[in-house]
Design a protein around this ligand. Sequence first.
Ligand SMILES: Cc1cc2nc3c(=O)[nH]c(=O)nc-3n(C[C@H](O)[C@H](O)[C@H](O)COP(=O)(O)OP(=O)(O)OC[C@H]3O[C@@H](n4cnc5c(N)ncnc54)[C@H](O)[C@@H]3O)c2cc1C
Length: 255
Amino acid sequence: MTKVSLNVKLLSHTIDPELTIALGGKLCYSKSEIDTLREDTKGNEDKFVGKLMSFGHLSPLEHASFTFGVQGVSRALLAQITRHRIASFSVQSQRYVTNDELTYIVPPSIAALGDEAVREFEAQMTTLHGFYSKWLEKGIPAEDARFVLPNAAETRMIFTMNVRELLHFFELRCCMRAQWEIRRLAWCMLAMVRREAPAIFNTKGTSCVSSVCSEGKMTCGRAREVCELDEQLTELVKNDASDEEIINWVNENIR
Ligand SMILES: Cc1cc2nc3c(=O)[nH]c(=O)nc-3n(C[C@H](O)[C@H](O)[C@H](O)COP(=O)(O)OP(=O)(O)OC[C@H]3O[C@@H](n4cnc5c(N)ncnc54)[C@H](O)[C@@H]3O)c2cc1C
């Protein structure tokens, strides 16, 4: 049995996402031919993208996409992230991939109880994996044996979101009211896209960072703290933090 933790990589994205979005927006308001549109737009794309977002012309944001590879996350996270219908997913199959040992995520609330609690959790994982192995040995197909596996079981996925969807995702999932695991993933993703497209993402995040808290009566009341954390994340990105440094910072600070 192996305990694993969050690993996120930005695998690829639209070449020059800010220019691509600016081109889409510019076309709407310009007499330029397609051949000259790029020359007319290049150099001003940062400002133009900002303008588009400020007056709510958001459909050009759909022209640029970002693809992430994620592992060390639980099936509990999978159930949440796949609710985002505009994203495209490829997820490691529990029908076609069987594991001799279970890799799993330990929730921080259990880890915080100390070594004994973690050992108890690990023993539970071992028991569940034992049930799974027994069903496989009896010839039950993996697609059915997996029914006894826990939500803590690790999954791996590659997914793509366009910029409009990413902004929506960050608004919901960088929020302190989102569940800790998807929230940590969202903060890592935010740092990684800020590195590539600052004009789009630098002032974006959850609603209390980009405008005002959208949670109404359910607000966590931590808006100031969240804004301070967001400033720290911006500094990290400015200082060319590696993926590993971003993930470590998120695990330590996004609680
Ligand atoms: C804190 C939190 C708690 C949650 N708790 C629960 C829970 O207890 N139970 C539960 O079931 N879910 C829960 N969810 C999931 C939530 O209900 C949404 O399914 C999830 O956040 C995806 O949001 P979305 O539909 O806005 O996003 P996406 O699917 O990414 O869609 C983006 C946007 O596109 C538009 N859109 C997409 N599809 C349609 C459509 N068919 N018709 C019209 N417009 C569309 C909407 O404007 C939508 O906001 C929770 C989410 C959060 C953040």
